[in-house]
Design a protein around this ligand. Structure first.
Ligand code: 5GP
Ligand code: MG
Ligand code: MG
Length: 190
């Protein structure tokens, strides 16, 4: 379905079919936060690192459900050569503001697809000597994995579909959809 309130695609050659409702996401985020709170209990101040830009909605909801003191930082890595095809090359476009040596760190990612982005980011951050580094990904497409990585917590496993919404874009559109939807191409419009 297309979303008439927030961001109807200007490009008529695709529609967005809802895959995961806002309600289902909220319930899952709450459950993930409970497990994360349990795991990091006793931590002085957890550093939650959001990978920009796709994780911004997820991290906002997640940190509000984590019942621990948190510090929020962001890192921007780029893996996509164009809007829909992953490249193996990962570049850091924006680094963390804070130090993570000796800290408890939770990396928050929107989607683990081939795994190259996460693999690169984990390697980079581990080299800085955090006390522990864990990963929470909202979505996982295990069928597409090429790099050997796995999130410690995953919101939903999804099939190999191109998805948008809840922070995730298609050519910088549709990030503001409250649900996760899959892009369905309809061809040139009549
Ligand atoms: P990876 O390096 O694991 O192949 O790619 C991870 C990144 O690619 C994700 O964080 C996300 O930004 C992007 N990506 C992967 N699958 C999708 C998708 O279905 N839709 C969108 N919009 N981005 C995706
Ligand atoms: Mg991402
Ligand atoms: Mg993107």
């Amino acid at each position: 379905m297309t979303d008439s309130q927030s961001d109807r695609p200007a490009d008529p050659s695709y529609v967005i079919d809802q895959m995961i409702s806002a309600k289902a996401i909220a319930a899952r985020v709450e459950a993930l936060a409970r497990e994360i709170t349990q795991h990091f209990k006793g931590t002085d101040k957890l550093v939650v690192v959001g990978l920009l830009r796709g994780s911004f909605v997820f991290i906002a909801d997640l940190v509000r459900e984590i019942e621990l003191p948190v510090e929020v930082d962001f890192l921007e890595a780029s893996s996509y050569g164009d809007a829909m095809h992953s490249s193996r090359e990962v570049r850091i476009l924006k680094d963390l503001r804070g130090e993570i040596a000796g800290r408890d760190v939770l990396v928050v990612e929107d989607i683990v697809d081939t795994g190259f982005t996460l693999h690169h980011v984990i390697h980079l951050l581990k080299a800085r000597g955090p006390r522990q580094l864990k990963v929470c990904a909202l979505l996982d497409k295990p069928s597409r994995r090429e790099a050997a990585v796995k999130a410690d917590w995953t919101g939903f496993e999804i099939p190999d579909e191109f998805v948008v919404g809840y922070g995730i874009d298609f050519a910088q559109r549709n990030r503001n959809l409250p649900y996760i939807g899959k892009v369905r191409f309809t061809g040139p419009s009549a």
